[in-house]
Design a binder for this molecule. Structure first.
Ligand code: DC
Length: 222
């Protein structure tokens, strides 16, 4: 059995997970699994291409045979039919539906196995909602990030490109709805994984959060 080093970063939407996970993976030269992108991919495809109502699982399996996932230390890049998918996965429609699609048991079970296979034997920073609790409970090091609601909405607002722009109020409303759905769903709800370090990023810069995590890892290793 290969011993890989897995660090999980879970947390609420826009708590800084994605920025911090990117910085940490780059710094350690680990692969970066952005699990939210895979849930967004399934949602995007459900909204645009879903046909076989009878057997959604079969369709998801077909989709993942056609998709190419490039796992790098800079991010999880998704190609479908020779197209690089990025803005499509962050559209208003995907944001509105992603929590609902993510709560489906078939989708979660499929992606949990898929992500384990994709990252097998790799040193990994895994970022998402259930990385430390369900997908990689054996991870060597677990982080959980939080931040105040208004601060998270402001961050999200600042991140969106002009094409994706929505009002701050609309984003805050969507965040609240997603927090509620992500935390109360039956299958793999967003929880603080056992043994995780909790960090409130509300008043910390990304560099300060990274510094904190690196210090924690160093202490843990010693
Ligand atoms: O991190 P993100 O905003 O890209 O995630 C988008 C959605 O995907 C989020 O609202 C919930 C879902 N998700 C999930 O259910 N489990 C994960 N491990 C990652 C994301």
């Amino acid at each position: 059995m290969v011993e890989s080093f897995i660090i999980t970063i879970d947390g609420l939407a826009s708590s800084g997970k994605s920025t911090i996970a990117k910085m940490l993976a780059s710094k350690l030269n680990f692969y970066l699994l952005e699990s939210g992108s895979l849930y967004r991919l399934v949602t995007y495809w459900f909204l645009n291409y879903f046909k076989n109502q009878e057997n959604p699982l079969e369709e998801i399996e077909k989709l993942f045979k056609e998709v190419k996932i490039d796992l790098t230390s800079k991010g999880t890049l998704i190609y479908w039919k020779n197209r690089f998918l990025k803005e499509e996965l962050r559209s208003k429609e995907v944001e509105e539906w992603v929590s609902k699609i993510s709560s489906l048991k078939e989708v979660r079970n499929f992606l949990t196995s898929y992500m384990r296979e994709l990252t097998w034997d790799k040193n990994l920073v895994a970022e998402g909602r259930d990385m430390g609790s369900v997908v990689f409970p054996w991870a060597r090091f677990k982080i959980f990030l939080t931040a105040k609601e208004e601060i998270r909405a402001r961050r999200r607002h600042g991140e969106l490109t002009l094409k994706e722009k929505r009002s701050y109020e609309e984003i805050l409303k969507n965040l609240k709805e997603r927090d509620e759905l992500d935390s109360t769903r039956e299958v793999s709800p967003l929880v603080i994984p056992e043994g995780a370090y909790l960090i409130d990023t509300s008043y910390l810069s990304p560099e300060e959060v990274l510094e904190k995590i690196l210090r924690l890892i160093k202490n843990y290793e010693e």
